[in-house]
Design a protein around this ligand. Structure first.
Ligand code: ARG
Length: 453
């Protein structure tokens, strides 16, 4: 085993088990690009501040670029017993460029370095995730624009409640996903501050230019307390929390996809390419993508809870417990990245059974409220009309018919106020079109909403 960089005050080498237990290289190696970027910015600043020579900084730059390239091409692999990615790269740098490599870590600690790497990594990954959610919104918007006039039942308690349109239903999810984008964006912007210069915990006496490093790294600024700079992992928790809320939304939608593609509903037919079969039952076509998405939501919540629990009892400042933050954060990122393409693809390719949606909207007395409202417009008090409508629904259930099929004589038996115009008043079209307030299902309203996006 190579000698540790910190071995100066030790008499014995690290136990093999302890070394393996302690090592984060198997998972933090994924941050090699961010680690190198941070080191280049740090060393360039060291030279500008006259703390190391420009020659050393240039050698460090060249060495770092060659390491970056060799990692990318697979020439350099992480099969070393280095404790973490920071030491791996620093050791490799010194092997390549000699003494200048040993000057890189001046005025820096792995404590501020690892906090920086995670922030940069999160910011980099957030871009692809945000793009993926954007694509999802685009797909929903396209489907919605094709379904402005597709009637379907809206549900409460999973019981048919009032008629809406499929476009209106999809727009509800668009609203959720737009909030998710805002939340993830805001969490990312807050993560994008540089802790470099916090040192191990108490800053450093070298005249570092913290702001120049942050600017060089395209960050929004610097953290303002060195203790917080190394001890804070809020950015990971906040990001995991924003992703958890997003996952909650895709999970709810998944649940409905599973339900709506069942033989009982038949609102959706999933594309063959986005479904799976059964090894035993030849007739099966299963919504695995939606089910896995629902399942992976639980996994992301687990990561969020892990992060909160890892951090909850830690005294300031850095503690090795915090190394565990990385795997949960990475799992959140990997999971949401894995969810997005198949989930969006499933929606994009599924067949919408407008006929079945409309048939369901016609059944289930979704126009019973409108019948009561019709009588209110004729001058009766709502509590009375609610009871009349309820009575008629009861009659229809007993006689296996629907409100709009009842003859006028039957309606008049219950209330004299009914006239011929009732049939238009309780048609699906009128029920939906009449709800044209902001946020309502009326086709023109939903169309204007979608076009405003
Ligand atoms: N691998 C470590 C981590 O992820 C880097 C920081 C090590 N700092 C220390 N004081 N041992 O947390």
């Amino acid at each position: 085993m190579a000698k540790k960089m910190w071995a100066g005050r030790f008499e014995k080498a690290t136990d093999k088990d302890v070394n393996d237990y302690n090592s984060s290289l198997p998972f933090d190696s994924r941050m090699y690009e961010q680690d190198i970027r941070g080191s280049i910015a740090h060393s360039q600043m060291l030279a500008k501040q006259g703390i190391i020579s420009q020659q050393d900084a240039d050698d460090i730059y060249k060495g770092m670029i060659s390491i970056l390239e060799d990692i990318k091409t697979g020439k350099l692999t992480f099969d070393s017993d280095a404790e973490d990615i920071h030491m791996f790269i620093e050791e490799e740098l010194t092997n390549r460029i000699g003494d200048a490599g040993k000057r890189l870590h001046t005025g820096r600690s792995r404590n501020d370095q690892v906090a920086l790497d995670q922030r940069l990594y999160l910011v980099d990954e957030a871009q692809g995730i945000l793009q993926g959610i954007d694509d999802l919104v685009e797909v929903l918007k396209d489907i919605a624009l094709d379904n402005i006039y597709t009637y379907m039942p809206g549900y409460t308690h999973l019981q048919r409640a009032q008629p809406i349109t499929f476009a209106h239903y999809l727009s509800a999810y668009i609203e959720m996903f737009l909030r998710d984008i805002e939340r993830i964006d805001a969490a990312t912007a807050r993560a994008n501050f540089s802790p470099l210069g916090s040192g191990a915990l108490a800053g450093t006496t070298y005249p570092l230019d913290r702001e120049a490093v942050a600017e060089d790294l395209d960050m929004n600024g610097v953290t303002l307390n060195s203790l917080d700079g190394v001890a804070d992992r809020d950015f990971a928790i906040e990001f995991a929390s924003a992703i958890s809320i997003f996952m909650m939304h895709v999970s709810r939608m998944s649940e409905e996809i599973i339900l709506y593609s069942s033989q009982e509903f038949k609102f959706y037919e999933l594309d063959d390419a986005y479904s799976t079969g059964s090894s035993m039952m030849p007739q099966k076509k299963n919504p695995d993508v939606a089910e896995l998405t629902r399942g992976k939501t639980g996994r992301v919540y687990g990561d969020l809870v892990s992060l909160l629990v890892i951090m909850k009892g830690l005294p300031l400042t850095y503690n090795k417990d915090m190394q565990e933050v990385q795997e949960s954060l990475f799992d959140v990122i990997d999971t949401v990245k894995a969810v997005l393409p198949p989930f969006t693809g499933m929606l994009k390719t599924m067949t919408i059974r407008k006929d079945n949606m409309e048939a369901a909207a016609l059944g289930g007395f979704t126009n019973a409220t409108d019948l009561a409202d019709y009588l209110v417009k004729k001058g009766l008090p709502f509590r009375e009309t609610h009871a009349i409508s309820g009575k008629l629904v009861h009659y229809c259930i007993e006689n296996n018919t629907t409100l709009e099929k009842l003859p006028l004589e039957k309606l008049k038996e219950i209330s004299e106020v009914f006239e011929d115009d009732v049939y238009d008043a309780i048609s699906l079209k009128t029920c939906v079109e009449g709800r044209s307030l902001i946020g309502g299902p009326a086709p023109e309203t939903v169309k204007a909403y979608l076009e405003s996006l």
